[in-house]
Design a protein around this ligand. Sequence first.
Ligand SMILES: [Zn+2]
Length: 420
Amino acid sequence: MKRCHNVLRMIGMCTTGHWFGIQREKAAKPSDNTTRALPKIRNTVAAILRHFQQLNYAKPVCARVQQRAVVYYGHYPVAGRERERVVQVAENVYQVAPDVYCVRLALPFALSSVNGYLLRGDAGWTILDTGLHWPEGAAGWHAAFAALNIRPANIQQIVLTHFHPDHYGMAGWLQQWGQSAGTGYTPPVRMAPREAELARMVWDLPEDQPEPMTAFFLAWGVPEDLTLEMSRGVAHLRRMTQPHPTLTHLEPGTTLPIGNRQFLAIQTPGHSDGHLAFYDAEDRLLLCGDHLLMKITPHVGTWPESEPDPLGRYLASLRQLARLDVRLALPGHGAFILDWRGRLAELEAHHAVRLAHMLKAAGSGATAFEVCARVFDFSRLTPHEIRFAIAETISHLELLVYREQLQRDSSGLTPRYVTV
Ligand SMILES: [Zn+2]
């Protein structure tokens, strides 16, 4: 019964929750039905097959902590060809590899949780990604520390894949918690230089400065009332990133000891400019942040602070990552990734379909906001979700301009995209 339930749940997630939890598109026009339905059907069948391949009777690995339950599958699939094992050790904590734990931390969004990770080593524990700073997020860490018997003095370092608030938000709070051991040691918070710069620009904005998001969205044709509502949401998020940590730069290409493993920091742009993934070649394990997610498509948007063409850089990065030999990828949200190259190919195919939709929606001329409103059903989205939908639309339209399939006409107040 439980397996049936999980399979059904997976089908539901594949067909309805796809794009940062906000992919609720308008019903396709009759002429679009075939092209739009086929990828969905293919994805659904692939997901069912993948799920059945993954079902396995996993035995618990030798955990040095009290095990609450042996196996949890469904949201976190267990076992692939190499019999991956996941052991639930607390309500929100899963051992996913020797000395590697995933901590599920609640988020107040449609995307309801983020994965933080704890890696144990002889020199102490490393925290990778921290969650949004709000009471339920902090409670998630307290539960994990209690389950794994971690005290402030045990925190060696905090490592961040990128600056988004659901990953950066509790870094300062956790750094202070590590400091509270009273040993005089402050755990460093390591982050790519570009991400440190973005965190400062976006989250450490002085109170008297205007919200950059407001002018940005107005310029792309978003109505003023919606823009103001979206800006209020960003200000609210900003409060959930405090206190800010003291940051230590981590250059891409560095080999960083995390736990007792050696991880190569790989620059993986797109979701954010300086996003880092961490690769343990010996165990073929990748901590991939939000660069790849299993059941939803990572958001790739253009924001006021973004470098040009994030989607072009994202797709190029996916192609480079196909060279990596990955046994298990641990993402920033949701289920773990076992079929690395299969998922890379799915994401590339998804964006090809999305680009075709955007090209068609631009038609004989439209603003980014108009294209967005043609592709998404705004009546079903919150302002927070619409914000992501618009940023994602701009990144697709701009890539089509780079590819010379669209022209951007910037002669008026608001840029308009026209088919070439
Ligand atoms: Zn995230």
